[in-house]
Design a protein. Structure first.
Length: 289
C-alpha cells in the first residue's frame, strides 16, 4: 500500500509560514514516496472555528501548489465515531468525569503550590489536581443528572497499567534531538481530558481515531506535538489501533524565537500573498527552496 500522509489544520484563524512549512513537507513526502496526501479539517472547537477560515485554508494551500485527495474529512461531521472510541475506553474503566471548573482547578493548584511546586505537563500546564476519580458512582450519577458541567478524563495510572512499555518510531527529530525508537512517557501529562459534556471528543482522542480511520502511515507535524505523541501511543494501544511512524519537524519561529501565532500578520500567508510574495518565495522562506 502507498504511504498515507495528512495535513490537519484547525479553521480558527489564517494560516502562517509555520503551517506552510508543515503542509509542504507533507506534500513533498507524499510526492517523493508515491504516497497519498489527505487534508483534514480539525473543527471540533465550535466556538473558535469559522467557515471563512476553512475556505481560506483551501485557497492558501492551492496557492502554494499543494493538492490533496477529496473528500476532505471534517471532524465536526464524525462526532459519532469519536463517541464510540470514548465508549470503548469507558468500558475499559479508564475514564471518569471531573466536575471542577477551570477557575476551581486554578484555585486547587494555587493551594497545593503553597507547599511547593505542583507538577506540570510538557506544555507547562499544571496536572489535574482534583479528586473526582475518588467520587462514589452514585455521586457522579447525581451530578451528571443535575446538569452539572464535566470533563471526561483519562485515568492515567489505570490506563498505563493496561499498556506495556510504549515507544514510537521517530523518523524526524524531537526538541532535544530524539530519534529512532523513543520511549513514550504519557504519565507526564496526568489525567488528560478526552471529552467534555458538550463535546464528545478532544484533540488527543480525535487525532488518534482519525489517523487510524484514514490509514495514515506517517504523521509529519511540528515538534510542539512531539511530547503529545506519548498520549497518542497510549490511546492507540488501549483502542487497538495501528501505530503510524512519526516525523516531527522544527518550528518556524519569529525574530524573537517565539512559535508563530495565527494572529501574527507579518508571517500570515494571506498577508504575504497580498504583498506580492510568490509561492516559490514561501518555499525559500521556510527553507525548502
Amino acid at each position: 500500500m502507498p504511504p498515507v500522509f495528512r495535513f490537519a489544520p484547525s479553521p480558527n484563524g489564517l494560516l502562517h509560514l509555520g503551517h506552510a512549512y508543515s503542509a509542504l513537507l507533507n506534500f513533498d513526502r507524499a510526492r517523493d514516496t508515491g504516497g497519498r496526501l489527505l487534508l483534514r479539517i480539525e473543527d471540533i472547537d465550535a466556538t473558535r472555528c469559522r467557515p471563512e477560515y476553512e475556505t481560506a485554508i483551501y485557497e492558501d494551500l492551492a496557492w502554494l501548489g499543494i493538492s490533496w485527495e477529496t473528500p476532505v474529512r471534517r471532524q465536526s461531521e464524525h462526532l459519532g465515531e469519536y463517541r464510540a472510541a470514548l465508549e470503548k475506553l469507558s468500558a475499559l474503566g479508564v475514564v471518569y468525569p471531573a466536575f471542577e471548573s477551570r477557575a476551581e482547578i486554578a484555585k486547587l493548584v494555587a493551594a497545593r503550590e503553597a507547599d511547593g511546586p505542583w507538577p506540570r505537563d510538557p506544555d507547562g500546564a499544571p496536572l489535574y489536581p482534583g479528586t473526582a476519580k475518588s467520587l462514589p458512582a452514585d455521586e457522579r450519577d447525581r451530578l451528571i443528572a443535575s446538569g452539572a458541567s464535566y470533563a471526561l478524563r483519562l485515568d492515567m495510572a489505570a490506563a498505563c497499567r493496561r499498556a506495556a512499555s510504549l515507544t514510537w518510531n521517530e523518523l524526524g527529530e524531537g526538541p532535544d534531538g530524539e530519534r529512532g525508537t523513543v520511549p513514550a512517557r504519557p504519565q507526564a501529562w496526568g489525567d488528560v481530558i478526552l471529552a467534555r459534556k458538550e463535546t464528545p471528543t478532544s484533540y488527543h482522542l480525535s487525532v488518534v481515531a482519525d489517523d487510524a480511520l484514514q490509514s495514515v502511515s506517517e504523521v509529519v507535524r511540528g515538534q510542539d506535538l512531539f511530547h503529545a505523541t506519548s498520549v497518542h501511543r497510549l490511546l492507540q494501544v488501549l483502542l487497538g489501533l495501528p501505530e503510524p511512524a512519526y516525523r516531527h519537524h522544527p518550528l518556524i519561529r519569529d525574530e524573537a524565537g517565539r512559535k508563530l501565532s495565527k494572529s501574527s500578520r507579518a508571517t500570515g500567508l494571506r498577508e504575504l500573498r497580498d504583498a506580492g510574495v510568490s509561492a516559490a518565495a514561501i518555499r525559500r522562506l521556510v527553507g525548502l527552496g
